[in-house]
Design a protein. Structure first.
Length: 306
């Protein structure tokens, strides 16, 4: 019973939402090039990589409480580009629950409403985890998946990317509290705020309920002290600190280390609670997604191909 109560308390510390969607629609290449040049004249549109981004600059120098602070980059409302290897197509990546009331957000909604033959090709599910700093130590344990870590000025991990950004699924784990305080001012009553984002593309976006569950199964904290052999404990601990050690090992050694990790007990209370919260909120997320699709006449990829 105590275990269930612990999970209930954890669930109260976790919120889940649809964080980003990617819409793909018909757009003549010649018209898009011309229109993008016109859009750049708008104060909230700027060049980014091979496309444009729509931004909200209301918090670049002042937080929510009116306090001045050093320059912080504007918040991205959306990213717009023409996908490589796709002709006469526009792609818009945006968060339907964020920035839509800004000048750029209202302009974006008007643009989406005018697009023809729209469908979504990416869906991001975000878990916000409050006052559970142990989640910083959790990692995705799926061998063969790339990992990139970004550290803050204090040397602490701020963001970790698991998987390629162009793959069908990627996980991002980052310190949301640090990001938000830089822009919006001090957050009270929050010991920590971590966000775990599951990015799903292509077929994975269509199968996101089962895919989310599968991805969470690999997100845990190995209990290296559960192993009896000190050498084995040291090996698991070294992989927790630096997973590149695994990449340099021989095939036989990699197999032995994978078996060792399987034998090691796992702490996964956070990921189990995340899965529980996802299941409890599944109908709401489905309704949100369907509402967005109906509002802008967006179809899923299988409907378009069918």
């Amino acid at each position: 019973m105590q275990k269930n109560n612990e999970l209930l308390r954890l669930e109260d510390c976790i919120k889940v939402s649809i964080d980003r969607l990617t819409i793909v629609a018909d757009y003549k290449e010649s018209s898009l090039d011309k229109d993008m040049r016109e859009w750049l004249k708008l104060p909230f549109v700027e060049i980014m990589n091979d496309g444009l981004q729509v931004v909200d600059d209301s918090h670049c120098y002042v937080d929510d409480f009116g306090h001045q602070h050093g320059y912080v980059a504007p918040e991205q409302v959306a990213y717009i580009n023409s996908p490589k290897f796709m002709k006469d197509v526009i792609r818009i990546d945006f968060n339907p629950n964020h920035g839509m009331l800004s000048d750029g957000g209202r302009w974006l909604l008007d643009l989406i409403a005018k697009l023809r033959n729209k469908h979504f090709s990416r869906c991001d599910i975000a878990f916000d985890i409050f006052n559970q700093p142990v989640v910083e130590k959790y990692q995705v344990w799926r061998f063969g998946v790339s990992k990139k870590v970004i550290f803050g000025q204090d040397g602490a991990m701020e963001t970790t990317y698991y998987g390629s950004p162009n793959s069908e699924r990627q996980i991002r784990q980052y310190n949301k509290k640090v990001e938000q305080e830089a822009r919006h001012g001090r957050l009270v009553n929050l010991e920590s705020w971590w966000r775990v984002e599951l990015q799903l593309r292509g077929s994975k976006a269509k199968e996101y309920p089962s895919t989310v569950q599968q991805m969470l199964e690999d997100f845990y904290l190995p209990d290296y002290k559960s192993l009896d052999n000190p050498g084995q404990q040291a090996m698991v601990l070294s992989m927790m600190v630096d997973q590149t050690i695994y990449a340099s090992a021989s095939r036989a050694t990699k197999h032995r280390w994978r078996e060792l990790l399987k034998d090691c007990k796992h702490t996964n209370d956070i990921s189990v609670a995340m899965a529980n919260v996802f299941v409890a909120n599944f109908c709401r997320l489905e309704n949100e997604l369907q509402t967005i699709m109906n509002k802008f006449k967006i179809v899923a990829e299988e409907e378009k191909s069918g």
